[in-house]
Design a protein. Structure first.
Length: 400
């Protein structure tokens, strides 16, 4: 039985749910956030050795940044630490793991500076070390941190990218970055990209592919000097060997149908709202990236055993959707039919249909409301079709 871990903000609660599918239905985990701490932004990372830690940082609407971890991907979240009590970070947290015991968290301060802090023992609450402003300047936004997979552990490389407002020669946003070659203990001076074309470059996104002691880094960002705006990227092989050097040339991302492309890897680029994914970059074996113009990653069908012949449940359309969507299904014979909507906590949201239907093609419409007639929040939902001989569940995404 396959499983994935879904993090989502539901009603300002940050929820971690372990989702798996089998013939008995859907199975989930538990909440991440503490009661009373309303979550507005978050980021997650993980390591694989030796204990399979899962790490999360999230921002509350009281402008506090909280860290937690879970071991071996269970449902117990420990080592809660309010990082705002030991750093000036209050918003836009980003977290990365490199190798060995080292973690780095970067975030934005109230005066629009970027601050970084590291942990030297897999997130233990007593092992956060004093952070620093590794750069000068203000009016900085959207920090993102990534870590290399290099040996020895103490020489792991971290990068922090962000966009910063400048007024010369013309007012616009530029991308700056800093790097550390000692696992986040000290940081370099200010560096910038060689992409100096006019127009703002904003909302960086980083992905590190770690293989043995080699780390390949992909930087994506949005360029606003054209109409329409472009998604650009820079791919740097063996990035930890020259952490201050990025390829002088950038590439634009083509609009491409990802169905025909091998899905070895996928990178996400953020748009004007950090909580919304606006692009997916698919990478083939030649390191060519292609752009899927969908507002979210494509949603794969979740199915169980082979459907009974003549019964079928199709993917809802449109998907993602706002404010409503359609669900079509095929019945090979007449009988009782039920279609229900569930959230990621396996809580029933809406019963769309519960009646006797004739055989043939059928369709139901969901207006994005629950059984009480209230609009539900943006997020991932599951719809399940049940008949006497057939049960199937699929996933859909609502964006408000």
């Amino acid at each position: 039985m396959d499983a994935v871990y879904i993090f989502e903000i539901i009603g300002k609660r940050l929820v971690c749910a372990r989702y798996s599918y089998d013939l008995t239905g859907l199975h989930f985990g538990k909440y991440v956030s503490d009661v009373g701490e309303d979550v507005v932004d978050f980021e997650v990372c993980q390591d694989l050795f030796p204990d399979y830690w899962l790490y999360v940082v999230y921002q509350t609407d009281q402008d506090s940044v909280i860290f937690k971890r879970s071991r071996n991907f269970d449902t117990t979240w420990t080592e809660r630490k309010n990082l705002t009590e030991i750093t000036p970070i209050t918003s836009q947290p980003s977290i990365a793991y490199s190798r060995g015991p080292y973690l780095v968290v970067a975030g934005k301060t109230d005066d629009d500076k970027i601050y970084a802090i590291r942990n030297v023992n897999y997130g233990n609450s007593a092992d956060w070390q004093d952070g620093q402003y590794p750069w000068a300047g203000d009016d900085c936004h959207s920090p993102v941190v990534a870590g290399s997979h290099t040996s020895p552990d103490s020489e792991a490389v971290f990068w922090v990218f962000y966009h910063r407002w400048v007024t010369s020669p013309t007012p616009h946003y530029i991308l700056n970055y800093h790097y550390s070659t000692d696992a986040g203990s000290t940081w370099s001076s200010l560096w910038g990209l060689t992409d100096t074309s006019s127009g703002s470059r904003v909302f960086p996104s980083l992905h590190v592919l770690k293989e043995n002691d080699v780390s390949d880094l992909t930087l994506g960002y949005r360029y606003e000097g054209t109409s329409p705006h472009q998604i650009r990227y820079i791919y740097q092989e063996n990035a930890q060997s020259s952490p201050h050097v990025f390829r002088a040339s950038y590439s634009g991302v083509n609009d491409y149908n990802p169905v025909a492309l091998p899905h070895q890897k996928a990178y996400t680029i953020r748009d004007t709202d950090n909580s919304i994914i606006s692009a997916v970059l698919y990478v083939n074996t030649s390191h060519h990236l292609y752009f899927d113009a969908s507002p979210l990653t494509d949603v794969d069908d979740e199915t169980g055993d082979e459907p009974v012949r003549g019964f079928s449940l199709t993917q809802n359309y449109p998907n993602p959707f706002n404010p409503a969507t359609n669900i079509e299904f095929l019945l090979s014979k007449s009988g009782p039919v039920k279609i229900e909507i569930f959230n990621v906590l396996s809580e029933k949201v809406r019963t769309l249909l519960d009646q006797h239907l004739k055989a043939g093609q059928q369709m139901v419409h969901w207006d994005g409301k629950d059984d009480s007639g209230d609009k539900v929040a943006s997020g991932v939902y599951f719809y399940r079709l049940e008949t006497e001989d057939f049960t199937e569940t699929k996933k859909m995404v609502l964006i408000r």
